[in-house]
Design a protein around this ligand. Sequence first.
Ligand SMILES: [Cu+2]
Length: 116
Amino acid sequence: MRAFAPALLAFALLGAHALAQQKADDHSAHQAGSPATSAAHAAELTDGEVRKVDKDAGKLTLRHAEIRHLEMPGMTMVFQVKEPALLDRVKVGDKVKFRAEKAGSAYVVTVIEPAR
Ligand SMILES: [Cu+2]
């Protein structure tokens, strides 16, 4: 029985180490998808002002600041919206923050929220 003790001890230590390792991995995985990262992503929203809302066509006109990820300077232009419901959240004259993506030849607003 005594002869097994060191092996058991080693096993226990290894097991504890493996657990600690797994915990660390879980932690880093959690960090990658944490709200902090999402917030950093949200910081990439572009400032804009609603000029026109066309619910029937699913389009809205925005005067927007420079959109860095699309390499687009500030201008007034028409965007399509990813979901018609996004248009229910804004009205002409609203200051907004939004995210636009290029989809073929069109630009599509995927996120829009009131600017604070
Ligand atoms: Cu533009």
